[in-house]
Design a binder for this molecule. Structure first.
Ligand code: SAM
Length: 325
């Protein structure tokens, strides 16, 4: 059959499809080659991290990580539209046998973006902005340094890098406003403010306390967004995430061990894309991205190499009225 997402693709064999998207089973290095150049508005993904403790689906060692990532990066750059965005969620890691951190994710960032790098590659992304995801559910790890010797603290932050092909990727922060703080609400009500230069050198302008319907969100996730339908979606997706896991248990399917919460893709899809745009997740896992994109009426393609995860991910559409073929 022809692809619903990329009509120029005459022959695809999705593992499953919905009105908006397709889940493809296989190695993303190979399958992404099918996608036409400059045709994707958002790549939203979380690859296996270079962790010391191996995940069930396997992961590369820190020393080999950049080499491993390069073939993916080449395809990401090729398929991304000029004003598109690539959101990469990645976690830090520790050095083997020492209470010190690996620098692998910074080396990867340099490889993806650094104009000085002499590596043989066909990509050069811009770092549009970094985000930090506060994830208190992370385990205290490595146990030796955190729980036994008590010389390190619990890690609770992951990196979420917003990369782009050009310096001005399409984005609109008006779509992801957060609620004003109580003190800001008071200032807006009062209507006057002590404008002018602050000791920090910051010049507070005349429109500083204008009511813009909400505050510009910080680069720290999760943010509490105020605008429906996004909030409603996040709310219902959290519920459907739980429903999805229950459904997996009920049917004896393996729920993915490291899925990200729906608000991560929901935030970036709302911020960086419009209805009918194309969202790709090349390391789809339980296909959180595909489900959120589907709910938000974006076209999507998700690629996952482990069949049991992709098979289970279908159940995301069986917990509500989502349509699948
Ligand atoms: C961190 S998980 C992604 C979880 C996902 N964000 C979710 O919410 O469920 C990374 C996934 O990448 C998959 N993967 C690893 N190598 C791959 C490859 N070459 N092509 C496609 N998927 C791959 C793994 O099987 C794993 O499920």
């Amino acid at each position: 059959m022809a692809s619903r997402v990329f009509p120029a693709l005459r022959k695809v064999n999705p593992y499953y499809a919905t009105d908006y998207g397709e889940a493809w089973l296989g190695d993303a290095r190979r399958l992404l080659k099918l996608i036409p150049d400059n045709s994707v508005d958002l790549i939203m993904t979380s690859p296996p991290y270079a962790l010391l403790k191996q995940k069930q689906y396997g992961n590369e060692a820190a020393e080999k990580y950049i080499q491993w990532f390069r073939p993916f990066a080449r395809e990401f750059y090729r398929i991304l539209a000029d004003e598109g965005s690539f959101i990469l969620n990645i976690s830090g890691s520790w050095n083997e046998g020492a209470p010190t951190k690996s620098l692998y994710q910074y080396k990867l960032l340099l490889d993806l973006c650094d104009p000085q790098s002499k590596s043989p590659r066909r990509y050069r992304f811009h770092l549009a902005q970094e985000f930090y995801w506060f994830n208190p559910a992370k385990m205290p790890n490595p146990v030796q340094w955190v729980n036994v010797e008590r010389i390190r603290v619990k890690e609770a932050v992951e990196y979420v890098w917003w990369l782009s092909k050009n310096e001005r990727p399409r984005a609109n922060n008006r779509k992801v406003l957060t609620a004003y703080s109580e003190s800001m609400k008071k200032l807006i009500r009062r209507g006057t403010y002590n404008y002018g230069m602050r000791p920090s050198g910051w010049n507070v302008g005349k429109h500083w306390n204008a009511d813009n319907r909400g505050a510009i969100p910080p680069n720290f996730l999760p943010v509490q967004l105020i605008d429906p339908p996004l909030n409603v979606l996040i709310e219902s997706n959290t519920v459907s995430n739980d429903a999805f896991r229950r459904k997996c248990r009920e049917l004896g399917e393996t729920a993915h061990p490291a899925s990200f919460p729906a608000y991560i893709p929901a935030f970036f899809i709302e911020f960086l894309t419009e209805s009918n745009d194309v969202v790709v997740d090349p390391f789809a896992g339980s296909n959180t991205t595909g489900k959120v994109a589907d709910d938000m009426k974006r076209r999507w393609v998700s690629v996952e190499s482990t069949e049991q995860y992709l098979r289970a991910s279908r159940l995301r559409w069986c917990t509500d009225e989502g349509k699948q073929t």
